[in-house]
Design a protein around this ligand. Structure first.
Ligand SMILES: *Cc1c(COP(=O)(O)O)cnc(C)c1O
Length: 362
């Protein structure tokens, strides 16, 4: 069945070997591998759970975590919730999540109550916003941070396991020695003021890993949470490729359902396309155009690249993508499959679409 995504598990394992070697062996960090872009695909989770250098398996959605709590625990790994929880899902947090990132004291109070009901001590990571302006208590609000900690450490069913930061998400702020060391400073202030020891200072996502090889990851940062660097080998701070990784662990295959020579300019008055956008066309004369049976419901057109570099993506709608195959028409015919590499957005959509089949190379 097509379209399908071919998931090359040995190549993915190669990426995991590479990022875990950097993060654990050279960076001295514990490692959380993030499954959200893959919708916690069970075959991939099995591979992650079996990997000796993974400490935590993390996701932003409890629904995904619930599918692998058991296999994680059987393999000695902890589960971690990345998205700060909704008040309406705290019972599920207590049930499935070992370590919960969180930023609202009110949510922590309610979580304490839920944990008490289940007779559990829930570990949390208090999120600090170092300037990216997504989740966390703002780093300049030192009094708020200390007040929160004072209240948390009195809660019977909550353990303040550590603090964490997320960067390069909303504000696209790049992790540097300075902002991550700011997080370490806050951890020290907490430890001194409250006479406690924090087990984890989590220094961010795939945009932080480049600091290890530059020797600029501050002393004290002892955890990273890696998604994109694992699945695609991307250093997301400066968009370079991490050594030893590949971006071809996932290949998308779609089938040609029409192949015709047509003009490159549409005929008639131009309105808006299926998504309300005013299209722009370039006149390239008569073009060999292939339609493949996959669309914006299944993939992000700006986040897929034909493996055959003679092919160009012209555009698409919900269920169709149009390709310019003028330079290679003789190699394709009705029913041929066209292969694509995927970027993060494309992979996310492909793995989320119920219409894309999955095939595994083992
Ligand atoms: C998604 C996410 C990650 C992983 O990000 P990558 O860029 O894929 O490594 C880490 N932490 C949080 C809080 C996230 O939401």
């Amino acid at each position: 069945m097509y379209p399908k995504v071919i998931i090359d598990l040995p190549k993915l394992k190669q990426n995991l070997d590479a990022v875990s070697e950097t993060t654990k062996d050279r960076g001295g960090c514990s490692l959380a591998i993030v499954t959200k872009v893959l919708c916690a695909d069970p075959q991939v989770v099995k591979m992650i759970a079996a990997h000796p250098k993974v400490d935590l398996i993390a996701d932003s959605r409890i629904k995904n975590i619930a599918t692998y709590t058991d296999i994680a625990h059987e393999n000695g790994k902890k589960t971690m919730l990345l998205r700060i929880p909704m008040l309406s899902e705290l019972a599920e947090v207590v049930r499935y999540v070992d370590l919960c990132q969180i930023s609202e004291v009110e949510t922590i109070r309610r979580l304490n109550e839920e944990a008490a009901k289940a007779d559990k001590v829930q570990k949390i990571l208090l999120m600090i916003d170092m300037g990216d302006l997504r989740e966390g208590i703002f780093f300049k609000d030192r009094d708020l941070i200390q007040q929160a900690v004072r209240e948390i450490i009195d809660m019977e069913n909550i353990e303040l396991y550590g603090i964490g930061v997320n960067l390069t998400c909303y504000g696209a702020i790049i992790p540097k020695y300075e902002n991550l060391n700011g997080l370490v400073e806050i951890a020290k202030e907490i430890e001194v003021q409250h006479g406690i020891k924090l087990s984890m200072i989590s220094g961010g996502n795939s945009s932080s890993i480049y600091l290890i090889d530059k020797g600029e990851l501050p002393q004290g940062i002892n955890n990273l949470r890696l998604g994109e660097s694992f699945v695609l080998g991307n250093d997301t701070a400066y968009e370079t490729k991490l050594p030893g990784t590949t971006d071809e662990a996932f290949v998308l295959e779609a089938e040609i359902v029409e192949l015709k020579s047509k003009p490159s300019l549409p005929i008639g008055e131009v309105g808006v396309d299926a998504f309300g956008q005013k299209p722009y066309y370039e006149d390239r004369g008569i073009m060999d155009r292939a339609i493949i049976a996959i669309g914006k419901q299944d993939v992000d057109i700006d986040s897929m690249t034909p493996l055959d570099d003679r092919i160009e993506i012209m555009g698409g709608s919900s269920d169709h993508i149009i390709l310019d195959v003028t330079k290679c028409k003789e190699d394709y015919s009705l029913g041929s499959k066209v292969r694509f590499k995927l970027g993060y957005g494309g992979l996310l959509k492909v793995m989320t679409s119920a219409y894309v089949e999955k095939e595994y190379l083992i």
